[in-house]
Design a protein around this ligand. Structure first.
Ligand code: GSY
Length: 169
């Protein structure tokens, strides 16, 4: 079966976010059809949108997979639930958020799934960590690379975590 690359964004602002992100990556990496290729540093980021809420910890990971996009989406949703995600309010705080950003160079518009992620181009908290691990990945919609998209966003409010705070996988 053909292995395709996919990029996933991770975010958390409830509980021990560093531990949650690290364990979520480890859980995904153990899936028989996901092969972890790269993980970004974690960034402490000011919340965008929603009610007043704590800062987030955000990062990105790249996997190779033989899963279909919808099967991968289901695994991301299951993993969110495993880590106690409760959808209280749409833009409110959450223990774990996993978003599928890219699935190879495919453009997917399904009722349950839009890829590339429709809001990723405006989000420094996604583009900054993604540019660390996949700067040359080309957005199939805009034809711009992640590095180019990242250079266009306001990265104030984005702070890289100190190395010793990044849990080892
Ligand atoms: O869309 C992901 C959840 N989210 C975040 C986030 O992960 N990081 C920051 N900085 N702000 C956010 N607002 C929402 S909603």
């Amino acid at each position: 079966m053909t292995q395709l690359s996919c990029a996933v964004a991770l975010g958390s602002n409830l509980g021990d976010s560093a531990q949650t992100l690290t364990q979520a990556i480890a859980t995904l990496a153990q899936h028989p059809h996901l092969s972890l290729q790269a993980v970004s540093p974690w960034y402490q980021t000011a919340p965008v949108g929603g009610p007043p809420q704590p800062d987030y910890l955000n990062g990105c990971a790249v996997f190779e997979t033989t899963l279909t996009p919808l099967r991968l989406l289901d695994i991301l949703l299951q993993t969110e639930q495993q880590f106690g995600r409760i959808r209280r309010e749409r833009w409110g705080p959450r223990s774990l958020d996993l978003d599928l950003l890219f699935y190879a160079e495919q453009i997917i518009n399904l009722p349950r799934l839009t890829v590339p992620h429709p809001r990723m181009r405006d989000r420094a908290f996604v583009l900054v960590p993604l540019a660390d691990i996949a700067p040359h990945w080309r957005d199939p919609v805009t034809q711009q690379t992640v590095a180019q998209l990242c250079a266009q966003v306001d990265r104030s409010g984005i702070q890289q975590q100190l190395a010793e705070k990044i849990s080892e996988l």
